[in-house]
Design a protein around this ligand. Structure first.
Ligand SMILES: [Zn+2]
Length: 121
């Protein structure tokens, strides 16, 4: 049953899965997008991140982002709550760390059984 609409992309969203952000009702994807500091503050950061991703190493990850990336790389799929526990972060903090990784096309979130799994891009 979908009885809400994402105000950003118009996708149908289950009422209990709607994310509210600054008065908007967003789907998971758009929520992750708006939570991304790079996209909100500096559209060029995304461009830069994309052009950096082909460089060997691409040393533009924070230590936490590197640990998150390594964790997902090692396990293949990591549910968000498990990643939080592993890195000692709140879910909000984890999403903030995750957003740049997503824009760098290193990690992505994919939903399975109502839990968001982080996987390699
Ligand atoms: Zn949306």
């Amino acid at each position: 049953m979908s009885d809400k609409k994402c105000t950003k992309c118009g996708a149908a969203v289950d009422a209990e899965e709607v994310k509210e952000y600054r008065g908007e009702e967003l789907c998971e994807d758009c929520y992750l997008d708006v939570m991304s500091p790079t996209q909100v503050c500096d559209p060029w950061a995304v461009h830069t991140a994309k052009s950096l991703k082909d460089l060997p190493g691409g040393h533009d990850l924070t230590p936490v982002q590197q640990r998150l990336y390594d964790l997902v790389k090692e396990r293949g799929e990591v549910p968000i709550p498990e990643a939080c526990a592993h890195l000692g972060l709140s879910e909000d903090d984890l999403r903030r760390e995750f957003a740049p990784l997503r824009h760098m096309e290193k990690l992505r979130g994919c939903k399975k059984d109502n839990i968001i799994q982080l996987t390699l891009f």
